[in-house]
Ligand binder design. Sequence first.
Ligand SMILES: C[C@H](O)[C@H](O)[C@H]1CNC2=NC(N)=NC(=O)C2=N1
Length: 103
Amino acid sequence: MARERLSQQDIETALAGLNPGWQGGPEKLTRSIEFADFPTAVEFVNRIAPRCEEIDHHPDLALRWRWVDIELSTHSSGGVTDLDTALAGIVDEVAGGLPLATQ
Ligand SMILES: C[C@H](O)[C@H](O)[C@H]1CNC2=NC(N)=NC(=O)C2=N1
C-alpha cells in the first residue's frame, strides 16, 4: 500500500525542524546546497547514496558544479510522505558534515 501524502500543516511542522533551505509543499520538497567546490558536491552524492539504499528511498539530484539541487517526493504516492521528511533530515546531516561555499 502506498504511503499517505502529508498535509500542508504536517509539512510546515516538518520544515520547522529541518534546515531553513528546504522549501516546498505537498508535491515535493526542494533544497539547493552550494558546497565548497565540485569534489565536495560529488562527495555529498557519494555519502548520501548508501543512506538512500538503507531506507529504500531516493532523491532526485542535479549536480551542477559545486551545487546539488535536491527534490524529494514519494513517486508511488504522488507527493510528499514521511519518507521524504526523514530523507530531508538525512540530507541535512550529511551536508552538515561537509564544507559549504563561504561566498
Ligand atoms: C521497490 C522500491 O521500494 C521502490 O521502487 C521505491 C524506491 N525508491 C523510491 N524513491 C522515491 N523517492 N519514491 C519512490 O516511490 C520510491 N520507490
